[in-house]
Design a protein. Structure first.
Lengths: 622, 307, 316
């Protein structure tokens, strides 16, 4: 006994000494960044041959992300199971570029970053790789793992150069540090994350309501849905009246994502985790702002009125999506592509024959305007080259190859089967790539114009009961008048948008209600409502990008600061707990004030100071 | 009321069959039956889902809705599933055989109470430390990588081969072997190996069967080490199934959503396809259990053999 | 003189013989010990990462980079210990885990005993296999089933005519966690005890029935004492798991309303890694792992000593 007591005391003394030393708080000041400016003007200098071939062949090590092949993605390629290590892109890279891609590993999307981190930590990084995790990018950049790519810029093809210089200069510049460019980023159009409201149109009709213009009207509509639950459930199979959920949200109040509360908060001008510009030119935290207070109070009232699912705190986004498909939900919030999934699934669900959805821009509360909240820049992946790689120009060449295979309209002639998903070309398997962030807008406009022109020229689908097939496409393409019109579309757009969307478009022109359309026509709901409809998802993104609509900016787009790392999770969890409690159990001034006090005290204030420091140190955005 | 001894299943009824006893037996059987139904429910649900149509998935309990073989025909064309299945079988068989050999060998010396074993305390300390302390992800990965085991089946099999939990179980069962048997063998001049193989092992088939079963189950169920040590074309079955969900989540978050991605979402969101795969993943291990049960009875008979 | 000589020779021969015998034992232990040392003991060096701000370096290997990293002492432990909810989290972890262990062991024994009473061997085997099913289904699958069962319009509420949101109530959440987990693992737990019961000498039962003992007496005086060593063994081993209160299960079933009673160390670590990924996350993870290991080891050694001294039962 005595021995153990002495041992314990010794251990505690040792621990105390240990704790006392070596525990410095670390630097907290932000040294203003001097990233330097890019030396590229506005002029594109296209290389003569963007995809030259290495003679003799070289080997480049990469890492693969294995999305499980589903749908029409080939499961088998060259007789063996298809995946990153066995895919069309590898063969084409070898033939065209003389680059043999060697995969150090290939892992599921969830483990890709872990595998990459392990590779970095064990000193075996790939020659060329991509990461969507800003922390990993920060690590490899600041610790010298990757090389300067400034000189490689003019090896990129003309389209990508143009895209960077004209549309996404800030994104490119944000990858600079001390005068060197460390990555070719894939820029994401931040307006693609603008949330909209999606409402079940047939429920609106049953409840005798019109499209809401304000948040108060939206709440009214939701209440009407609840009041008419019986009538609504009667039009569907497998759903009874008390399963009807007017507004569908999931439990993760702190995420900015789809089918969730994000859009709901935005009605009040708030977003969890955002930082807005105050009138005094400093940033303030949305979490403790007056907008957030209004939001939580209102949502709490909504819960009390029964228009939010009573057990929303148990639902994940997958659950809500499933409920939408089953016909239980009347209103959700989401990005531009939500009509495709899950709304399209609910429209073509035989159990919900009357399902139809309408997209509505965010509506404001208390007479104010509600704007979608987005970050000023978005980078989805960073493409980098390892410091040990002998052939850094392999990166722009691989990027060019992917770009050509995906966007080139003659890809089928050049690459044959291997440029299609069924032929083994799956973009998610390609190790490095840069998307054209501006292409979707052009696509949207083009498809819109072509559809209108075709209809004006008199093209009609004869048999609306059957889906359009490749044969129909051939007939249209070989027609004297229709052929010239449809040739304005790229191949991909012909097979996806035309084949899937035209029947729906035509039915709409005939003013046929969705519930009366044939299943084949209904199947085009998703693609039409996102890419073609004049008030569809992508039309809204286009309007925002071209400045015809406004958005509110969340000014913090950096990686977690020091205080965020040590206290961020605690304050966020605290917030989510308190908000859920206030929504479910009632909102009071006292509860809110206690929340704000504790939030600030336990790290909120510290984090805000750091965010402001970070902001001052950034290069002004172009 | 006396009942004659039944020879049917070699278990003699060794007490009078009174009325309270009979009530107890009936109640017992009913209780166990309802428990079995409760346990079987998720399994039947899975089976029913796999035969249902995707849009009706939410309404399925134990009967398939809109019976279709969709999920299974879809599965036939997926070589990834089958290679993952095969990898799990390889790993379970190899892993269990190896673990059995290693653990039986190691349990024997530690189970001896009379013999002198220098450094016994050190061995025990190593065992206990290994049960609780671990270096973390990176150092363990480093070791596997530098031994050249990355992406090889040995990375899944070797680290789990020596499992101190099961070994302690074996030690305790080995101790139960009557000392006279071991003594008589020693007098006849048998060395430790001989004693182990000819006396101890046959007397402990119940515990060895238990350990085999539990190790096989552990190998079959483990998914995390497949994630870390194997490249995706060599994923074992459970890791492969987790990847299906990962792909679904990744597609939902993927910022550069192409039209093709959205088509995929529609398919991946389909729980019926996943149900088929999960269902098939359970079958093999369910078959192992009845086979192992035989040994629970056998040990009883052999253990009673006396000189 | 011949006598002592032979005695000496015999003694040396004896010693040599004993040495050879012991060498056999060490040889048997060798493969297992090598495996343990290489794959578990050696990587423990990496635990040092919990005390540094580890940064990899492009030119040096892992271990060199580890020892060159900046030493920060107990900073990461501090980050965790000074959280206002730390005591609550620790309590939840240990409390839930201990309850699970106790109830699971008791029910496992009961199940084994009850199963043993079935007279049809075929029924016994079928039931045993069926009880195993939930064990093989992962919580990602079972999660949706359990959530639905306990939802406001789920089966449980319908059966009892209530309208309680079980999974949102701090009074009920732990009960649901424990009961569903026990249900899931019951078949697995019963295996140990079934194996032990099958090892009991049947002649003891015969002797007891001759003496006129009824079922309960036999159970109390033969079966239970017969499997008591296994019960103690399994309990002590399970106590080593006291810091693993069921991460996967809690992750799919919990929500912010029940963080107070359901939040455990692993879920907090998960949220930290997910919500605030940082350059230090491996060091933080290692720190949490080390903390868990130390506590588990202490519990295990404690129960080991208790079993050895009070119950007179030595495990190793």
């Amino acid at each position: 006994m005595k021995k153990t007591a002495i041992l314990l005391i010794a251990v505690m003394l040792f621990a105390a000494v240990f704790a006392a030393c070596g525990d410095d708080p670390g630097e907290q000041q932000f040294v203003p960044k001097n990233p330097g400016t890019l030396p590229y003007g506005t002029e594109v200098k296209a290389p003569e041959n963007p995809m030259p071939k290495y003679q003799p062949e070289i080997t480049i090590t990469v890492m693969g992300m294995d999305y499980s092949p589903e749908g029409d993605v080939a499961s088998v390629y060259n007789g063996k199971a298809a995946g990153p290590k066995n895919q069309a892109f590898n063969d084409v890279a070898r033939e065209k570029l003389g680059i043999k891609l060697e995969y150090l590993s290939s892992s599921s999307p969830a483990q890709y970053d872990t595998q990459l981190s392990l590779a970095i930590n064990t000193g075996n990084i790939p020659d060329v790789f991509a990461t969507s995790n800003p922390i990993v990018y920060e690590l490899v950049r600041s610790y010298g793992f990757v090389t300067d790519l400034k000189d490689q810029f003019y090896n990129l093809n003309a389209e990508i150069q143009g895209m960077y210089l004209n549309n996404f200069y800030s994104s490119l510049e944000s990858c600079m540090d001390e005068g060197s460019l460390y990555a070719f980023p894939t820029p994401a159009n931040p307006y693609e994350f603008a949330k909209r409201i999606y409402i079940r149109k047939d429920w609106l009709d049953i409840s005798g309501k019109t499209i809401p213009q304000t948040a108060e009207q939206l709440i009214d509509v939701a209440k009407a849905f609840k009041a008419n639950a019986q009538a609504i459930a009667a039009t569907q199979t497998g759903v009874n009246a008390n399963q009807i959920i007017p507004i569908g949200i999931h439990k993760d109040l702190s995420y900015v994502d789809n089918y969730g509360p994000t859009g709901l908060f935005e009605l009040f001008g708030a977003q969890v985790g955002a930082y807005f510009m105050g009138s005094d030119e400093t940033l303030y935290a949305a979490n403790t702002s007056s907008e957030m207070k209004t939001a939580v109070a209102a949502i709490s009232q909504m819960y009390a009125d029964g228009i939010i699912a009573p057990e929303f705190y148990n639902k994940t986004s997958a659950t809500v999506a499933t409920e939408v498909i089953q016909g239980k939900v009347g209103i959700i919030f989401g990005d531009w592509w939500v009509p495709e999934y899950p709304l399209g699934n609910s429209v073509s669900n035989a159990n919900t024959p009357g399902a139809d959805w309408v997209a509505v821009n965010l509506v404001g509360y208390g007479g104010k305007e509600a704007l979608p909240i987005v970050k000023p820049i978005g980078i989805s992946t960073y493409n980098v080259v390892s410091h040990a790689c002998q052939h850094p120009e392999a990166l722009p060449r691989l990027i060019n190859l992917f770009y050509d295979m995906y966007y080139n309209d003659n890809a089928a002639e050049i690459y044959g089967e291997r440029a299609t998903q069924a032929g083994g070309f799956f973009h998610n398997w390609v190790p490095v790539k840069v998307w054209n962030g501006a292409a979707s807008i052009e696509e949207h406009k083009r498809v819109n114009e072509v559809f209108e022109e075709l209809y004006e020229a008199g093209y009609r689908v004869q048999n609306l009961a059957a889906a359009l097939t490749e044969t129909d496409l051939e007939q249209v393409s070989s027609h004297a008048v229709y052929g010239t019109i449809i040739d304005k579309l790229k191949t991909r757009e012909k097979t996806l948008h035309f084949l899937k969307g035209y029947a729906y478009f035509q039915s709409k022109q005939f003013a046929i209600e969705v519930k009366d359309m044939t299943p084949a026509a209904k199947a085009g709901f998703g693609i039409y409502e996102e890419m073609i409809a004049f008030n569809g998802g992508y039309a809204y993104v286009t309007a925002l990008t071209e400045g015809r609509a406004n958005a509110k900016l969340n000014y913090f787009y950096g990686t977690a600061t020091e205080a965020m790392q040590s206290k961020g999770e605690y304050v966020t969890t605290y917030l989510v707990t308190q908000f859920t409690d206030m929504i479910k159990n009632g909102f009071t001034e006292a509860k809110w004030n206690t929340f704000v006090e504790n939030y600030d005290k336990n790290g909120g204030r510290l984090i805000l100071n750091e965010v402001n420091g970070w902001y001052k140190a950034q290069v002004p955005l172009k | 009321m006396k009942v004659t001894v039944r020879k049917k299943n070699k278990k003699p009824l060794h007490y009078k069959l009174s009325i309270p006893r009979r009530i107890f037996l009936t109640v017992n059987t009913l209780l166990l039956l309802s428990l079995a139904l409760l346990c079987a429910f998720p399994f039947l649900n899975l089976l029913a889902l796999s035969f249902s149509e995707s849009n009706a998935a939410g309404m399925v309990t134990v009967i398939p809705k809109n019976f279709t073989l969709n999920a299974y025909t879809y599965l036939i064309n997926k070589p990834q599933f089958f290679s993952a299945f095969w990898m799990s079988i390889k790993r379970a068989v190899l892993g269990t055989a190896l673990a059995l050999a290693v653990m039986v060998l190691a349990a024997y010396p530690l189970s001896l109470t009379g013999e002198r074993l220098h450094g016994r305390r050190v061995y025990i300390a190593i065992c206990i430390t290994s049960m609780f302390f671990s270096g973390g992800l990176i150092p363990t990965f480093m070791v596997i990588k530098s031994l050249g085991l990355y992406n090889k089946i040995w990375a899944l099999v070797l680290p789990q081969a020596m499992n101190c939990w099961s070994m302690i179980l074996l030690i305790n069962f080995f101790r139960k072997v009557p000392a006279e048997l071991k003594e008589s063998a020693k007098i006849e001049g048998a060395g430790h190996f001989r004693i182990l193989l000819n006396i101890v092992v046959p007397s402990s088939t119940a515990s060895i069967a238990t350990v085999v079963l539990l190790t096989a189950i552990q190998h079959w169920n483990s998914w995390f080490d497949g994630y870390i040590y194997m490249s995706s074309e060599n994923y074992p079955l459970q890791t492969y199934i987790y990847n299906l969900l990962d792909t679904l989540k990744a597609l939902q978050q993927n910022t550069n959503k192409t039209a093709e991605d959205l088509e995929l979402l529609k398919t991946l969101g389909d729980s019926t396809l996943r149900s088929a795969q999960v269902f098939i993943a359970i079958i093999p291990i369910m078959l192992v259990y009845p086979m192992a049960q035989k040994y629970f009875i056998k040990g009883l008979l052999l253990g009673a053999v006396k000189e | 003189m011949v006598g002592t000589d032979t005695a000496g020779k015999l003694k040396r021969k004896n010693r040599l013989y004993r040495l050879r015998q012991e060498l056999q034992l060490h040889a048997m232990l060798l493969p297992g010990m090598i495996l343990l040392t290489v794959f578990v003991i050696f990587p423990i060096i990496g635990v040092y990462m919990a005390f540094t701000q580890y940064r990899p370096s492009p030119d040096t290997g892992f271990f060199r980079a580890l020892f060159q990293s900046r030493f920060v002492g107990f900073r990461f432990f501090n980050d965790i210990f000074t959280r206002p909810d730390f005591t609550q989290i620790l309590f939840n972890t240990v409390y839930i885990a201990l309850l699970k262990i106790i109830i699971q062991t008791v029910l496992g024994i009961t199940l084994a005993l009850l199963l043993n009473e079935l007279r049809s061997g075929a029924l016994k085997k079928t039931f045993q296999t069926v009880y195993f099913i939930p064990f093989f289904l992962s919580w990602t699958l079972l999660g949706s089933i359990v959530t639905e069962m306990f939802s406001l319009d789920g089966i449980v509420n319908k059966l009892f005519g209530q309208e309680i949101s079980f999974l949102a109530s701090n009074d009920w959440f732990r009960a649901i966690l424990i009961s569903t987990d026990v249900w899931k693992n019951m078949g697995y737990q019963a295996v140990y005890f079934l194996a032990a019961i099958s090892c009991i000498d049947p002649t003891q039962y015969e002797a007891a029935s001759v003496d006129g003992a009824n079922y309960w007496q036999q159970c109390r005086h033969i079966t239970l004492p017969g499997i008591m060593p296994i019960i103690i063994l399994v309990s002590v081993l399970n106590i080593g798991n006291v810091m693993n209160a069921g991460f996967e299960q809690i992750l799919v079933l919990y929500n912010p309303l029940v963080y107070k009673t359901g939040d455990i160390i692993d879920t907090v670590a998960y949220r930290i890694g997910f919500l605030t990924p940082s350059l230090d996350q491996y060091s933080l993870g290692t720190a949490i792992g080390l903390f868990k290991s130390v506590i588990s080891c202490v519990f295990f050694l404690g129960s080991y000593a208790f079993a050895a001294k009070k119950l007179n039962y030595s495990i190793m």
